[in-house]
Design a protein around this ligand. Structure first.
Ligand code: AMP
Ligand code: ZN
Length: 458
C-alpha cells in the first residue's frame, strides 16, 4: 500500500484532471461497460479491458485489495444476440454462455484480473423494472404503445456529459424517431418483445411481454452492485453519447441525486494500420486471432504504449517492437526477486494513468539494471509484475519465442556451444563463422557475463 501516492484522473464530465478522492476509501467503487456477448471480442474491445485493469491494479495498490470493487457487466440481451443465435440455430443462452467463456479466456491471456463482479443484464431485470417504475412515478418517463420512454425535456440538465448542442442531439436521435415519442430525443427504457424474442413481464402496467433498452441495464447493474452514487465509471469514448448520457439521466432522476459517478473516464479509439477497423476493409482482428501469433503480454504492452485517452494506431511494426522490448526486459529482470515497486513508475501511473511515461521510467530502470544496479533490477521486475507482465518464467518466455519460429533449437544450442568452445580456444575465425551461420538461420546472439542467449531476428 502507498497511501501517500496522489492519483489524478481526467473526468470527461468536468473536462479536467482532478485529484481522486473516493467517497469511502474502505470501499472504492468502479463500473466499466463490458461486452455484448454475441461473437469473439475484437482488439478494440480489449482496450477498455486493459486500461481499466491497470486502473484496478493501481487502486488495489493504493487502497488495498479488499477495498476496491470493480464491476464490469455482460450485456446478454440485445438485437445482435437474437439475430446471431437464430442464424446459428442455437439458444440465446448457449450463444451468450459460449461467447462469454471465450471473452474470459481472451482477457485472462491479456493479463487482466477478474473484476469483483461480472453481472449479467438478464439477471437484473427486476432492478431495471424498479428504476423504470420510479421514473414513471416521478414524471421522468411515460408509456406509449407498450414502450416506456425517458422524457428528456423533464431533466433540465440533460446532456452535461457530452455537451453536445441540443440541435445535434435531436438530429442524432431523429434517425430512428418513432411516432409515439413526445420528443425526438426521448429514448427507450423498455420495449415490447416481438414473437421469438426473449421477453419478461413488463413494468408500468403494460400487459405484453417486453425487454429492456440498452442504457437501463447499466443503471440497474451499477445500482445493485455499487449503490446510487459511486466513484468511477468507464468505457470507450464512443459510449459518451448516448449511452453514458442516458445512464446518468436514468440514475439521477430515479435516485433524485445530483451525481451518478464522480469520475467519468473514456479510452480513445483503436484503429489498425492507420485505418478504421472494419470487416469490409479486411483489417478486423479478434483478440483470439491475435493470440495465435503474439503472446498476450505483447498485446497488452502494445496497448499501453499509448496514453489511454489518445487514439491508438495498432500496427504489426508496433507489435514487433513491443515483443523485442519484453524479450529484453524478461532477459534483464525476468528472474529477479523482490518486492519494490518503483515510486517514479507509480507517480507516472498516478498522473491519469500515463503508461507512456511509465514505459520511459522502466527503460531507465532497465539501463541501470544492465549496469549492475540490483535495486533497479528488482524495481523493474516488481513494477512489471504489478502491471500484469513477467507472468512467465524467463526461460519459458525465451522458449516460446524460439518455438514460435521454424528453427531447430537443439541445433542452435550445439552451434552456440561450439562457438563458446572456439572463443575459449581463442579461435575467433571459427567463432565468427559460427555466428554468421546462426545469423543465416535468423538467429541473433546476445553475449553477457551470464553466458550466451539467442533469439529470432524479426
Ligand atoms: P461493444 O461490445 O461494442 O459495446 O464494446 C465494448 C467496449 O469496447 C466499449 O467500452 C467500447 O467503447 C469499446 N470499443 C469498441 N470498439 C473500440 C475501438 N475500436 N477502440 C477502442 N475501444 C473500443
Ligand atoms: Zn454501460
Amino acid at each position: 500500500m502507498t497511501p501517500s501516492l496522489q492519483l489524478r484522473l481526467y473526468d470527461t464530465l468536468t473536462r479536467d484532471k482532478r485529484v481522486f478522492v473516493p467517497i469511502d476509501k474502505a470501499r472504492v467503487r468502479m463500473y466499466v461497460c463490458g461486452p455484448t456477448v454475441y461473437d469473439f471480442a475484437h482488439i478494440g474491445n480489449a482496450r477498455p479491458v486493459i486500461v481499466f485493469d491497470v486502473l484496478y491494479r493501481l487502486l488495489r495498490h493504493i487502497y488495498g485489495e479488499a477495498h476496491v470493487t470493480y464491476v464490469r457487466n455482460i450485456t446478454d440481451v440485445d438485437d445482435k444476440i437474437n439475430a446471431r443465435a437464430a442464424e446459428r440455430g442455437i439458444s440465446i443462452r448457449e450463444l451468450t454462455e459460449g461467447t462469454y467463456n471465450n471473452f474470459k479466456a481472451d482477457v485472462a491471456a491479456l493479463g487482466c484480473l477478474t473484476p469483483t463482479v461480472e453481472p449479467r443484464a438478464t439477471d437484473h431485470i427486476e432492478e431495471m423494472k424498479t428504476i423504470i417504475e420510479r421514473l414513471v412515478k416521478s414524471g421522468n418517463a411515460y408509456v406509449a404503445e407498450d414502450n416506456v420512454l425517458f422524457d428528456v425535456p423533464s431533466m433540465p440538465d440533460y446532456g452535461e456529459l457530452s455537451k453536445r448542442p441540443l440541435d445535434e442531439m435531436i438530429a442524432g436521435s431523429r434517425v430512428e424517431v418513432a411516432p409515439y415519442k413526445k420528443d425526438p430525443q426521448d429514448f427507450v427504457l423498455w420495449k415490447p418483445s416481438k414473437p421469438g424474442e426473449p421477453g419478461w413481464p413488463s413494468p408500468a402496467g403494460i400487459e405484453t411481454l417486453g425487454r429492456p433498452g440498452w442504457h437501463i441495464e447499466c443503471s440497474a447493474m451499477a445500482w445493485k452492485h455499487l449503490g446510487e452514487t459511486f466513484d468511477i465509471h468507464g468505457g470507450g469514448i464512443d459510449l459518451v453519447f448516448p449511452h453514458h448520457e442516458n445512464e446518468i439521466a436514468q440514475s439521477r432522476c430515479a435516485f433524485h441525486s445530483g451525481v451518478m459517478a464522480n469520475y467519468w473516464m473514456h479510452n480513445g479509439f483503436l484503429q489498425v494500420e492507420g485505418e478504421k477497423m472494419s470487416k469490409s476493409l479486411g483489417n478486423f482482428f479478434t483478440i483470439n486471432e491475435l493470440l495465435a501469433d503474439w503472446p498476450g503480454e505483447v498485446l497488452r504492452f502494445n496497448m499501453l504504449r499509448t496514453h489511454y485517452r489518445q487514439p491508438i494506431d495498432w500496427t504489426v511494426k508496433g507489435l514487433e517492437e513491443s515483443w523485442k522490448t519484453l524479450d529484453d526486459w524478461y532477459w534483464v529482470a525476468g528472474s529477479a526477486v523482490g518486492d519494490r515497486i518503483s515510486n517514479a513508475m507509480l507517480a507516472a501511473l498516478g498522473d491519469d494513468l500515463n503508461t507512456h511515461q511509465v514505459i520511459t521510467v522502466l527503460h531507465g530502470l532497465r539501463n541501470k539494471a544492465q549496469g549492475g544496479d540490483e535495486i533497479a533490477r528488482n524495481e523493474l521486475a516488481w513494477s512489471l509484475r504489478m502491471l500484469g507482465f513477467l507472468r512467465e518464467s524467463a526461460a519459458d518466455w525465451a522458449a516460446r519465442r524460439q518455438t514460435n519460429a521454424d528453427v531447430d533449437a537443439t541445433k542452435v544450442q550445439s552451434l552456440i556451444d561450439a562457438r563458446t568452445a572456439a572463443r575459449a580456444a581463442k579461435d575467433f575465425k571459427e567463432s565468427d563463422r559460427i555466428r554468421d551461420e546462426l545469423a543465416a538461420m535468423g538467429v541473433v546472439l546476445k553475449d553477457s557475463k551470464e553466458g550466451t542467449t539467442w533469439e529470432i531476428a524479426r
